[in-house]
Design a protein around this ligand. Structure first.
Ligand code: ATP
Ligand code: MG
Length: 391
């Protein structure tokens, strides 16, 4: 029996005139993701994309990969039939045997886009429903709330039968909302923040600050590994690595200890937005969550935001750590994030950070030293590499 995968478009079907742009972007993202599997034909009709393997391809793998692509409401595997009612019946029984023999209630749903097919939709439902009732005595019909919906689609070249419905990743196709720069640490929160913005169609670039010799190569490798894991959801990611040691040492030598973290975060934002500008990113993204640590109180966030000329998105801002961890586990970044390598933030952590810093005090402290030459040096010394799908 030949199988295909059907993909139902998500929220973007509401996009009116822009719908086509969104659909094209989604199709492009899906094709790119499945390219390495072999030859596949694609066609679309009525907010559904038909993925038809030409080569012998593992459909579990197709479903697994496509299930992580944003812009999809639901997907399912379907059996390909001749446009002939006898073939549709025979294949329905064989293909859906496992599901139908365990269920109690079902209904048949028919969609006939080829009006030349000799039976209309109600006739297909009634006939096939009757045959399935005879074949599976455990079943009764429930049109309102069935356990299994057997769907028959009659299209131009073939008919398709399916019953499973797998929930898609939701959201909007990555790229449809433009690009933003994710401040990616080795922690739990920032990969989750990147995932959440990718879900809203944002193409992610990532920036990471390293402070050798205080931070090790392994800490950087860990972040690169996180980047690679994110590609399953986010697609290709440009990863920028910023040498941050001299700036951190300058903060330590010239600023009051209680302000270290806030000033460091302001310098991170400054560098991020300069690189964001070069890479056409329209916003910054961080993994901050209100109240989680001293640098994430509202007063501290206000001091950080004061240097930002572009919007800063903080999708984890109202989430508890347990909620963030739940997503980190789902997207498989949690284990990597909890590997015990030091981050540049932890290297010069003040003993008593200011919980309610005043912007004027922070600015005064920061202005007592000219950081600009070191900022420029860090931007110039930034390296970039791109990550693509992990397989
Ligand atoms: P995370 O779990 O994402 O590391 P956190 O709770 O540890 O977050 P902080 O260490 O205060 O919080 O960092 C807050 C945010 O600042 C991070 O979510 C991330 O966006 C950014 N950030 C922190 N350290 C770095 C770094 N070394 N490189 C890039 N971004 C960083
Ligand atoms: Mg951190």
């Amino acid at each position: 029996m030949k199988e295909i995968v059907l993909v139902k478009y998500g929220e973007m079907v509401l996009k009116g005139l822009n719908k086509k742009t969104f659909e094209d972007m989604l199709t492009k993202n899906i094709k790119r993701r499945l390219k390495s599997l072999g030859k596949i034909n694609y066609s679309s009709a009525q907010s559904t994309l038909y993925i038809e393997p030409v080569d012998d391809i593992d459909l579990m793998e197709v479903v697994d990969r496509v299930g992580k692509i944003f812009g999809i409401a639901a997907l399912c595997r379907a059996c390909v039939c001749e446009k002939d009612f006898a073939d549709i019946t025979a294949k329905s029984i064989e293909y859906l045997e496992d599901i139908l023999s365990c269920a109690k209630t079902f209904k048949v749903n028919a969609k006939r886009s080829d009006k030349a097919f000799p039976m209309n939709s109600p006739q297909i439902c009634a006939e096939l429903g009757g045959i399935l009732l005879d074949k599976f005595p455990n079943l009764t019909v429930d049109v309102k709330n069935p356990e299994v919906t057997v769907t028959v689609e009659i299209r131009d070249t073939n008919a398709y039968v399916h019953a499973e419905n797998i929930k898609g990743a939701g959201g909007l196709p990555v790229g449809s909302s433009g690009k933003a720069m994710l401040l990616l640490s080795g922690g739990i929160d920032s990969p989750v923040a990147g995932y959440m913005m990718a879900k809203r169609g944002v193409h992610i670039a990532a920036i990471h600050y390293v402070s050798p010799p205080y931070t090790s190569d392994r800490a950087q490798l860990k972040v690169e590994q996180l980047c690679e894991k994110l590609t399953d959801y986010c697609g290709g990611i440009a990863f920028y690595c910023v040498p941050f040691t001299e700036l951190q040492e300058a903060i330590k030598d010239h600023c009051p200890e209680e302000f270290f973290t806030i000033i460091m975060r302001r310098l991170m934002m400054e560098i991020a937005q300069r690189i964001a500008e070069k890479d056409n990113c329209l916003a910054l993204i961080t993994g901050e969550s209100v109240g989680q640590v001293a640098s994430q109180t509202m007063a501290a966030i206000a001091c950080t935001d004061a240097v930002c000329r572009i919007p800063v998105f903080r999708p984890c801002v109202g989430m508890d750590k347990t909620e963030i961890i739940e997503i980190a586990r789902k997207i498989d970044t949690f284990e990597t994030s909890t590997l015990p390598y030091e981050d540049c933030c932890t290297v010069f952590t003040p003993r008593h950070p200011k919980v309610r810093p005043q912007l004027a005090d922070i600015e005064k402290a920061q202005n007592s030293f000219d950081f600009e030459p070191l900022i420029q040096k860090a931007v110039e010394g930034t390296t970039m590499k791109t990550f693509n799908y992990s397989k």
